[in-house]
Design a protein around this ligand. Structure first.
Ligand SMILES: [Fe+2]
Length: 506
């Protein structure tokens, strides 16, 4: 990939003509009078306890949790989480959960003490809009007539999807632009991460994968010119390689997987339509569901990105992949969380922003088999309600027995009610139910130091207690979920419902 092409990906010449087309019938925020979405949501907060999860944050937070039980030494350190938090500004409420400016949470975990700080990421966009007192730019699922044309993808960067530590630095991750650098202790925003000069503002997705040797892999999608950028980063945070490949009719891709030899992408048939975008649809609404394409499967050789193999699965939608691994015969297995269609993205995660909820999408765990010799792929579905899949991180790219995930969608409100461990060989699930009054967020696996990869460890995650209006951090023995948490830390306030995070040992 030539330098000028990276510049084209990142620069104004590529994006201004595209993004300046934003226009819709959405209301313009020119005063602090609540718009119709803000009013509808405020009404819902009066009657629907779940709406608390999507209340807009307005300031940074700091507090001390009340702890019951004792957190094991293995989880002493910091749990970082990220999620959309600032949903309203100047009376304008965003129309999609994924639009909100990101807020990083830091739980400092000791044995019987847990402190918390939460800070809004001071992206360029957040700072410009805060100073103006109103939204200036369109977002993923919200457009409005007087939105400014962005200079680059980072003009729209809300840094709201995940957060990870890399070589002493904390990175707030989004998928449409740069990672944002944060101070790991204070959460002060330090600016965008530039991996190489010609990669400034090039998309860097929110689900990087780390090999057991510390090598980090990631990708970024540029819908503007059907391009996927691949990144290989050393364990000290140094960029080893980056290049771009062209993918005709490129899809919205949120996550991927690695094996010891390959990068594996599942492309749902949700394809960007430039004409719709030019006619004024939001970025989200410029995507078209094209099931005739199937779920395309792309396998790329880690050592030679020109060696690529394509196959397909039945059409379906996904956000998240659990893990992938391959055997000596070159058969790749990959687990992902599947819904039949993209309604969760177009309806559920949009309606909740105005206080409406119909029903949750039906999720399955899909187990895929890709035979690289024959070029064929097949899958079987486990009828287990699931999202936010995690594994023992030491097994990334290698055979895993257990998938840890949220489970049990609740009737009458969004979100999950249980945390679960599913044995991917037997299909058996163990779980702990937080109950109908709690929304379960991502729980991640923390190994017991010195234990073998795959051995039992700890599960660490948060939940939002809708009745008490507080966020709670829980720790479980990973092989005894049904016994309930060994320790819990309850904050004196509720956090905006978040997406993903990572743990850093203290
Ligand atoms: Fe995600």
């Amino acid at each position: 990939m030539q330098r000028r092409n990276f510049l084209k990906l990142a620069g104004a010449s590529a994006f201004t003509p595209l993004f300046s087309q934003f226009a819709s019938a959405a209301e313009s925020a020119t005063s602090s009078v609540p718009d119709s979405w803000a009013r509808q949501f405020a009404q819902a907060e009066e009657t629907s306890p779940w709406a608390r999860a999507y209340h807009s944050a307005s300031k940074d937070l700091a507090g001390t949790a009340e702890v019951t039980g004792r957190f094991p030494a293995a989880v002493h350190g910091a749990l970082y989480r990220n999620g959309p938090a600032v949903h309203e500004l100047g009376g304008q409420r965003y129309h999609h959960w994924f639009d909100g400016d990101g807020m990083i949470q830091r739980f400092a975990i000791g044995g019987s003490e847990v402190g918390h700080i939460g800070k809004i990421v001071r992206t360029d966009k957040y700072q410009a809009e805060s100073a103006a007192g109103k939204r200036l730019f369109a977002a993923f699922g919200t457009s409005f007539p007087d939105a400014l044309a962005p200079n680059s993808p980072d003009s729209l960067n809300v840094a709201n999807t995940s957060v990870m530590a890399l070589n002493g630095e904390l990175l707030a991750l989004w998928e449409g632009g740069s990672a944002y650098r944060m101070d790991p202790l204070t959460l002060q925003t330090r600016g965008t991460k530039v991996w190489r000069d010609d990669l400034a503002a090039v998309p860097f997705s929110a689900h990087p994968r780390t090999d057991p040797d510390g090598t980090l892999w990631n990708f970024g999608i540029s819908m503007a010119d059907d391009t996927m950028v691949l990144y290989q980063i050393g364990k000290t945070g140094n960029l080893l390689k980056a290049d771009a490949i062209r993918i005709p009719q490129i899809s919205m891709v949120h996550d991927f997987a690695v094996t010891d030899r390959h990068l594996v992408f599942l492309l749902p048939p949700l394809v960007f339509d430039l004409d719709k975008f030019r006619q004024g649809s939001s970025y989200l609404d410029s995507h078209v569901w094209r099931p005739e394409l199937g779920m395309r499967v792309l396998v790329i050789d880690k050592n030679d990105w020109n060696k690529r193999q394509w196959t397909a699965l039945p059409a379906g939608f996904l956000f998240h992949v659990g893990n992938a691994w391959e055997d000596a015969q070159g058969v790749i297995r990959i687990d992902y969380i599947r819904t039949e269609g993209p309604e969760i993205l177009f309806q559920e995660t949009r309606d909740i922003m105005r206080g409406r909820f119909m029903r949750s999408a039906l999720h399955h765990i899909a187990q895929v088999r890709i035979d690289t010799a024959s070029g064929k792929a097949s899958q079987q579905l486990l009828a287990i309600d699931s999202e936010f899949p995690r594994i023992d991180p030491r097994l990334t790219g290698y055979r895993h027995q257990y998938l840890y995930h949220a489970s049990d969608s609740q009737a009458g409100r969004p979100g999950f009610g249980a945390v679960a461990r599913t044995n991917m060989e037997s299909g058996k699930t163990d779980k702990f139910s937080y109950g109908a009054e709690c929304i379960v967020e991502e729980h991640l696996f923390v190994p017991e130091p010195g234990s073998a990869a795959g051995a039992a460890g700890w599960l660490l995650g948060t939940s939002l207690d809708l009745k008490k209006g507080v966020t709670r951090l829980s720790c479980f023995a990973s092989d005894r979920l049904a016994d309930g948490p060994v320790a819990q830390a309850t904050l004196p306030y509720a956090l905006p419902l978040g997406l993903h995070g990572n743990f850093v040992k203290g």
